[in-house]
Design a protein around this ligand. Structure first.
Ligand SMILES: [Fe+2]
Ligand SMILES: [Zn+2]
Length: 364
Protein backbone atom coordinates (compact mmCIF):
# COMPACT_ATOMS: atom_id res chain seq x y z
CA UNK A 1 0.00 0.00 0.00
CA UNK A 2 1.21 3.44 -0.92
CA UNK A 3 0.81 5.22 2.39
CA UNK A 4 3.93 7.37 2.21
CA UNK A 5 3.32 11.08 2.09
CA UNK A 6 5.13 12.63 -0.78
CA UNK A 7 5.64 16.18 0.41
CA UNK A 8 7.54 17.17 -2.68
CA UNK A 9 4.57 16.11 -4.80
CA UNK A 10 2.88 19.10 -6.39
CA UNK A 11 -0.79 19.55 -5.62
CA UNK A 12 -2.80 19.38 -8.82
CA UNK A 13 -5.81 21.54 -9.51
CA UNK A 14 -8.33 19.09 -10.87
CA UNK A 15 -10.78 20.66 -13.28
CA UNK A 16 -13.78 20.01 -15.44
CA UNK A 17 -15.04 22.01 -18.35
CA UNK A 18 -18.68 21.83 -17.44
CA UNK A 19 -18.61 24.67 -14.91
CA UNK A 20 -17.52 26.94 -17.72
CA UNK A 21 -20.32 25.70 -19.93
CA UNK A 22 -23.30 26.22 -17.67
CA UNK A 23 -25.51 27.06 -20.64
CA UNK A 24 -25.15 23.57 -22.08
CA UNK A 25 -26.55 21.57 -19.18
CA UNK A 26 -28.80 18.58 -19.75
CA UNK A 27 -32.51 19.48 -19.77
CA UNK A 28 -31.86 23.00 -20.95
CA UNK A 29 -32.20 24.41 -24.43
CA UNK A 30 -34.68 21.97 -25.83
CA UNK A 31 -34.84 23.74 -29.14
CA UNK A 32 -32.02 24.05 -31.58
CA UNK A 33 -32.87 27.75 -32.08
CA UNK A 34 -32.19 28.60 -28.50
CA UNK A 35 -28.68 27.19 -28.78
CA UNK A 36 -27.48 30.16 -30.78
CA UNK A 37 -28.30 33.77 -30.14
CA UNK A 38 -28.62 36.20 -33.05
CA UNK A 39 -25.37 37.01 -34.84
CA UNK A 40 -25.67 40.74 -34.05
CA UNK A 41 -26.00 39.92 -30.38
CA UNK A 42 -23.07 37.51 -30.63
CA UNK A 43 -20.90 40.13 -32.24
CA UNK A 44 -21.78 42.64 -29.55
CA UNK A 45 -20.87 40.12 -26.84
CA UNK A 46 -17.58 39.36 -28.57
CA UNK A 47 -16.68 43.04 -28.83
CA UNK A 48 -17.49 43.64 -25.21
CA UNK A 49 -15.44 40.61 -24.06
CA UNK A 50 -12.52 41.77 -26.18
CA UNK A 51 -12.75 45.31 -24.79
CA UNK A 52 -12.74 43.95 -21.24
CA UNK A 53 -9.65 41.93 -22.02
CA UNK A 54 -7.89 44.97 -23.57
CA UNK A 55 -8.77 47.12 -20.54
CA UNK A 56 -7.41 44.48 -18.21
CA UNK A 57 -4.13 44.12 -20.11
CA UNK A 58 -3.52 47.85 -20.58
CA UNK A 59 -4.16 48.56 -16.90
CA UNK A 60 -1.44 46.02 -16.03
CA UNK A 61 1.21 47.21 -18.52
CA UNK A 62 4.36 48.78 -17.14
CA UNK A 63 4.60 52.60 -17.40
CA UNK A 64 8.17 52.24 -18.61
CA UNK A 65 7.14 50.89 -22.02
CA UNK A 66 7.07 53.17 -25.04
CA UNK A 67 3.85 53.64 -27.01
CA UNK A 68 5.15 51.27 -29.74
CA UNK A 69 6.15 48.62 -27.23
CA UNK A 70 2.73 48.80 -25.60
CA UNK A 71 0.96 48.47 -28.93
CA UNK A 72 3.18 45.56 -30.05
CA UNK A 73 2.63 43.69 -26.83
CA UNK A 74 -1.12 44.26 -26.93
CA UNK A 75 -1.38 42.99 -30.52
CA UNK A 76 0.53 39.84 -29.62
CA UNK A 77 -1.55 38.90 -26.58
CA UNK A 78 -4.77 39.88 -28.33
CA UNK A 79 -4.11 37.48 -31.18
CA UNK A 80 -3.41 34.69 -28.65
CA UNK A 81 -6.57 35.59 -26.77
CA UNK A 82 -8.70 35.46 -29.97
CA UNK A 83 -7.29 32.04 -30.88
CA UNK A 84 -7.96 30.67 -27.42
CA UNK A 85 -11.49 32.12 -27.41
CA UNK A 86 -12.32 30.58 -30.78
CA UNK A 87 -11.05 27.20 -29.62
CA UNK A 88 -13.14 27.38 -26.43
CA UNK A 89 -16.26 28.30 -28.40
CA UNK A 90 -15.74 25.40 -30.80
CA UNK A 91 -15.34 23.05 -27.86
CA UNK A 92 -18.56 24.36 -26.32
CA UNK A 93 -20.45 23.80 -29.55
CA UNK A 94 -19.16 20.23 -29.76
CA UNK A 95 -20.13 19.60 -26.15
CA UNK A 96 -23.66 20.88 -26.80
CA UNK A 97 -23.97 18.54 -29.77
CA UNK A 98 -22.68 15.60 -27.71
CA UNK A 99 -25.22 16.23 -24.93
CA UNK A 100 -28.01 16.66 -27.48
CA UNK A 101 -27.19 13.31 -29.11
CA UNK A 102 -27.36 11.51 -25.77
CA UNK A 103 -30.53 13.29 -24.73
CA UNK A 104 -32.32 12.41 -27.97
CA UNK A 105 -31.20 8.79 -28.15
CA UNK A 106 -30.31 7.33 -24.78
CA UNK A 107 -32.64 4.94 -22.98
CA UNK A 108 -31.77 3.76 -19.47
CA UNK A 109 -32.13 0.18 -18.20
CA UNK A 110 -35.49 -1.47 -19.03
CA UNK A 111 -35.55 0.74 -22.15
CA UNK A 112 -36.92 3.66 -20.18
CA UNK A 113 -36.22 7.31 -20.94
CA UNK A 114 -34.34 8.91 -18.03
CA UNK A 115 -37.21 11.42 -17.68
CA UNK A 116 -39.59 8.59 -16.69
CA UNK A 117 -37.10 6.05 -15.26
CA UNK A 118 -37.64 5.61 -11.49
CA UNK A 119 -33.90 5.54 -10.70
CA UNK A 120 -33.46 8.98 -12.24
CA UNK A 121 -36.06 10.60 -9.94
CA UNK A 122 -34.72 11.89 -6.65
CA UNK A 123 -37.88 10.93 -4.73
CA UNK A 124 -37.06 7.28 -5.50
CA UNK A 125 -33.50 7.42 -4.25
CA UNK A 126 -33.11 5.15 -1.25
CA UNK A 127 -31.35 7.47 1.16
CA UNK A 128 -30.67 6.38 4.71
CA UNK A 129 -33.95 7.18 6.60
CA UNK A 130 -31.96 8.27 9.67
CA UNK A 131 -30.13 10.82 7.53
CA UNK A 132 -33.42 12.25 6.23
CA UNK A 133 -34.81 12.39 9.75
CA UNK A 134 -31.66 14.10 11.05
CA UNK A 135 -31.89 16.75 8.32
CA UNK A 136 -35.62 17.30 8.90
CA UNK A 137 -35.10 17.64 12.64
CA UNK A 138 -31.92 19.68 12.31
CA UNK A 139 -30.23 17.15 14.56
CA UNK A 140 -27.08 16.15 12.69
CA UNK A 141 -25.05 14.77 15.58
CA UNK A 142 -26.97 11.50 15.45
CA UNK A 143 -25.74 10.64 11.93
CA UNK A 144 -22.76 12.82 11.05
CA UNK A 145 -19.43 11.53 12.35
CA UNK A 146 -16.37 13.77 12.28
CA UNK A 147 -13.51 11.39 11.58
CA UNK A 148 -10.88 14.15 11.40
CA UNK A 149 -11.18 17.96 11.65
CA UNK A 150 -13.29 19.04 8.66
CA UNK A 151 -13.93 15.49 7.39
CA UNK A 152 -17.32 13.93 8.02
CA UNK A 153 -18.86 10.59 7.21
CA UNK A 154 -22.41 9.27 7.28
CA UNK A 155 -24.45 6.37 5.95
CA UNK A 156 -25.95 7.54 2.69
CA UNK A 157 -27.38 4.68 0.54
CA UNK A 158 -28.11 1.00 1.11
CA UNK A 159 -26.06 -1.55 -0.82
CA UNK A 160 -28.91 -2.60 -3.10
CA UNK A 161 -29.34 0.98 -4.29
CA UNK A 162 -25.57 1.27 -4.88
CA UNK A 163 -25.79 -1.84 -7.09
CA UNK A 164 -28.67 -0.34 -9.06
CA UNK A 165 -26.66 2.81 -9.70
CA UNK A 166 -23.65 0.77 -10.83
CA UNK A 167 -25.87 -1.23 -13.22
CA UNK A 168 -27.19 2.03 -14.69
CA UNK A 169 -23.68 3.40 -15.20
CA UNK A 170 -22.54 0.17 -16.85
CA UNK A 171 -25.61 0.29 -19.07
CA UNK A 172 -24.70 3.80 -20.23
CA UNK A 173 -21.08 2.86 -20.95
CA UNK A 174 -22.27 -0.18 -22.93
CA UNK A 175 -24.71 1.97 -24.91
CA UNK A 176 -21.90 4.42 -25.74
CA UNK A 177 -19.68 1.58 -26.90
CA UNK A 178 -22.41 0.03 -29.07
CA UNK A 179 -23.29 3.36 -30.66
CA UNK A 180 -19.79 4.67 -31.23
CA UNK A 181 -20.24 7.50 -28.74
CA UNK A 182 -17.30 8.38 -26.56
CA UNK A 183 -17.77 8.41 -22.78
CA UNK A 184 -16.72 11.83 -21.59
CA UNK A 185 -14.51 11.26 -18.56
CA UNK A 186 -15.37 12.98 -15.28
CA UNK A 187 -12.54 15.54 -15.05
CA UNK A 188 -9.00 16.37 -16.07
CA UNK A 189 -7.48 13.64 -13.85
CA UNK A 190 -9.75 10.57 -13.93
CA UNK A 191 -9.44 8.43 -17.06
CA UNK A 192 -12.34 6.11 -16.17
CA UNK A 193 -15.86 6.66 -14.92
CA UNK A 194 -18.60 8.85 -16.37
CA UNK A 195 -20.37 12.16 -15.87
CA UNK A 196 -23.78 11.36 -14.39
CA UNK A 197 -25.14 14.77 -15.40
CA UNK A 198 -24.58 13.89 -19.05
CA UNK A 199 -27.14 11.09 -19.25
CA UNK A 200 -30.13 12.15 -17.22
CA UNK A 201 -29.05 12.44 -13.58
CA UNK A 202 -28.61 16.22 -13.65
CA UNK A 203 -31.92 17.20 -11.95
CA UNK A 204 -31.58 14.38 -9.46
CA UNK A 205 -28.08 15.42 -8.41
CA UNK A 206 -29.16 19.05 -8.14
CA UNK A 207 -31.74 17.80 -5.61
CA UNK A 208 -29.12 15.72 -3.81
CA UNK A 209 -27.03 18.88 -3.44
CA UNK A 210 -29.93 21.08 -2.29
CA UNK A 211 -31.68 18.65 0.04
CA UNK A 212 -28.75 16.70 1.48
CA UNK A 213 -25.35 18.31 0.92
CA UNK A 214 -26.43 21.88 1.57
CA UNK A 215 -28.04 21.35 5.02
CA UNK A 216 -25.04 19.27 6.11
CA UNK A 217 -22.58 21.84 4.76
CA UNK A 218 -24.46 24.71 6.43
CA UNK A 219 -24.11 22.87 9.72
CA UNK A 220 -20.41 21.97 9.51
CA UNK A 221 -18.88 24.57 7.15
CA UNK A 222 -20.61 27.74 8.34
CA UNK A 223 -18.02 29.93 6.55
CA UNK A 224 -19.26 28.75 3.13
CA UNK A 225 -21.97 31.20 2.11
CA UNK A 226 -25.08 29.34 0.95
CA UNK A 227 -26.78 28.45 -1.27
CA UNK A 228 -24.83 25.80 -3.12
CA UNK A 229 -26.13 26.51 -6.58
CA UNK A 230 -24.20 24.48 -9.15
CA UNK A 231 -22.80 20.99 -9.25
CA UNK A 232 -20.75 18.51 -11.24
CA UNK A 233 -21.85 14.93 -10.62
CA UNK A 234 -19.83 11.93 -11.74
CA UNK A 235 -18.65 8.44 -10.98
CA UNK A 236 -14.98 7.48 -10.78
CA UNK A 237 -13.74 3.96 -11.32
CA UNK A 238 -10.56 2.38 -9.99
CA UNK A 239 -9.34 -1.13 -10.70
CA UNK A 240 -6.09 -2.98 -11.32
CA UNK A 241 -6.22 -2.50 -15.10
CA UNK A 242 -7.74 1.00 -15.11
CA UNK A 243 -6.81 3.98 -12.88
CA UNK A 244 -5.31 2.55 -9.70
CA UNK A 245 -4.94 5.82 -7.79
CA UNK A 246 -5.34 9.57 -8.10
CA UNK A 247 -2.61 12.13 -7.39
CA UNK A 248 -2.73 14.76 -4.65
CA UNK A 249 -5.16 17.51 -5.67
CA UNK A 250 -7.88 19.96 -4.71
CA UNK A 251 -11.35 19.77 -6.22
CA UNK A 252 -13.01 22.42 -8.34
CA UNK A 253 -15.70 22.64 -5.65
CA UNK A 254 -16.60 24.41 -2.43
CA UNK A 255 -18.02 21.22 -0.92
CA UNK A 256 -17.48 17.63 -2.12
CA UNK A 257 -19.63 14.61 -1.35
CA UNK A 258 -17.94 11.30 -2.15
CA UNK A 259 -19.98 8.09 -1.74
CA UNK A 260 -18.54 4.62 -2.22
CA UNK A 261 -20.86 2.47 -4.38
CA UNK A 262 -18.81 -0.75 -4.48
CA UNK A 263 -17.85 -3.27 -5.77
CA UNK A 264 -15.33 -5.41 -3.90
CA UNK A 265 -11.88 -3.95 -3.36
CA UNK A 266 -8.90 -3.64 -1.06
CA UNK A 267 -6.72 -0.56 -0.59
CA UNK A 268 -7.91 2.68 -2.18
CA UNK A 269 -8.07 4.81 0.96
CA UNK A 270 -8.62 8.53 0.65
CA UNK A 271 -5.63 10.46 2.03
CA UNK A 272 -6.19 14.03 3.29
CA UNK A 273 -3.43 16.58 3.83
CA UNK A 274 -4.83 19.90 5.06
CA UNK A 275 -7.11 22.67 3.77
CA UNK A 276 -5.36 25.35 1.70
CA UNK A 277 -6.35 28.36 -0.37
CA UNK A 278 -5.04 28.73 -3.91
CA UNK A 279 -2.08 30.83 -2.80
CA UNK A 280 -0.92 28.31 -0.18
CA UNK A 281 -1.95 25.13 -1.96
CA UNK A 282 1.65 23.96 -2.42
CA UNK A 283 2.69 24.39 1.24
CA UNK A 284 3.55 21.16 3.09
CA UNK A 285 1.02 19.46 5.32
CA UNK A 286 1.66 19.13 9.02
CA UNK A 287 1.78 15.67 10.61
CA UNK A 288 -1.51 16.30 12.43
CA UNK A 289 -3.18 17.10 9.11
CA UNK A 290 -2.49 13.64 7.66
CA UNK A 291 -5.52 11.43 7.63
CA UNK A 292 -6.48 8.20 5.84
CA UNK A 293 -10.15 7.48 5.26
CA UNK A 294 -11.32 3.91 4.58
CA UNK A 295 -14.19 3.76 2.11
CA UNK A 296 -17.21 1.70 3.08
CA UNK A 297 -19.94 0.84 0.59
CA UNK A 298 -22.96 3.14 0.95
CA UNK A 299 -21.12 5.64 3.15
CA UNK A 300 -20.41 9.21 2.11
CA UNK A 301 -17.50 11.41 3.03
CA UNK A 302 -18.02 15.16 3.11
CA UNK A 303 -15.13 17.62 2.83
CA UNK A 304 -14.43 21.08 1.46
CA UNK A 305 -13.06 21.10 -2.08
CA UNK A 306 -9.85 22.79 -0.92
CA UNK A 307 -9.10 19.97 1.53
CA UNK A 308 -6.15 18.48 -0.36
CA UNK A 309 -6.49 14.76 -0.98
CA UNK A 310 -5.49 11.83 -3.09
CA UNK A 311 -6.82 8.35 -3.73
CA UNK A 312 -4.32 5.71 -2.59
CA UNK A 313 -3.64 2.78 -4.83
CA UNK A 314 -6.25 0.06 -5.02
CA UNK A 315 -4.68 -3.34 -4.29
CA UNK A 316 -7.43 -5.60 -5.68
CA UNK A 317 -10.94 -5.48 -7.13
CA UNK A 318 -12.93 -2.52 -8.45
CA UNK A 319 -13.98 0.63 -6.65
CA UNK A 320 -16.70 2.97 -7.93
CA UNK A 321 -17.48 6.21 -6.13
CA UNK A 322 -20.19 8.75 -6.79
CA UNK A 323 -18.76 12.24 -6.47
CA UNK A 324 -20.71 15.46 -6.27
CA UNK A 325 -18.77 18.72 -6.53
CA UNK A 326 -20.88 21.59 -5.25
CA UNK A 327 -20.26 25.30 -5.75
CA UNK A 328 -21.77 28.40 -4.18
CA UNK A 329 -21.61 31.34 -6.59
CA UNK A 330 -21.85 33.74 -3.63
CA UNK A 331 -18.90 32.15 -1.84
CA UNK A 332 -16.92 32.08 -5.09
CA UNK A 333 -17.59 35.80 -5.66
CA UNK A 334 -16.54 36.67 -2.09
CA UNK A 335 -13.27 34.79 -2.42
CA UNK A 336 -12.41 35.66 -6.02
CA UNK A 337 -9.41 37.96 -6.07
CA UNK A 338 -9.92 38.66 -2.38
CA UNK A 339 -7.19 36.79 -0.65
CA UNK A 340 -8.03 38.36 2.74
CA UNK A 341 -11.12 36.15 2.97
CA UNK A 342 -9.20 32.89 3.12
CA UNK A 343 -7.86 33.38 6.67
CA UNK A 344 -11.30 32.07 7.71
CA UNK A 345 -10.68 28.62 6.25
CA UNK A 346 -7.15 28.12 4.87
CA UNK A 347 -5.21 26.22 7.55
CA UNK A 348 -1.91 27.79 6.47
CA UNK A 349 -2.90 31.00 8.31
CA UNK A 350 -3.72 29.14 11.52
CA UNK A 351 -0.42 27.27 11.30
CA UNK A 352 1.47 30.53 10.86
CA UNK A 353 -0.44 32.33 13.60
CA UNK A 354 0.50 29.54 15.99
CA UNK A 355 4.07 29.70 14.79
CA UNK A 356 4.26 33.48 15.33
CA UNK A 357 2.61 33.24 18.73
CA UNK A 358 5.05 30.55 19.86
CA UNK A 359 8.11 32.31 18.55
CA UNK A 360 6.87 35.52 20.21
CA UNK A 361 6.64 33.73 23.59
CA UNK A 362 10.13 32.31 23.15
CA UNK A 363 11.71 35.66 22.39
CA UNK A 364 9.95 37.52 25.20
FE1 LIG B 1 -11.01 14.94 -5.56
ZN1 LIG C 1 -4.17 30.90 2.51
Amino acid sequence: MDNKIQEEEKVKIIDNKKYHQQESKFNEHDHENSLSSSSAEEEENENSAEQQFINYITSHLSDHLTVEERSDYLQKVLSQWRKHRKHTQEEQQMYKKYIKTIKENYLGTNSLLPSVHPLYQFQNWKLNPKLIQAINENNFDSVLVQVHPGIYTFECFDEEFCQQLIAEINHFEKWCLENGIRVQRPNSMNNYGAILDNFGFEPCLQDLMTHIVEPLAKHVYSYITPPLDSHHGFVVEYSMNKDKKLDFHVDNADVTLNVCLGQEFTGGQLYFGGVRCQEHVQTPSLPNEDFYFDHKIGYGVLHVGKHRHRACEITSGTRLNLILWCLSSKFQAENCGNHKMCYKWCAYHQINECFHKNSHVKHD
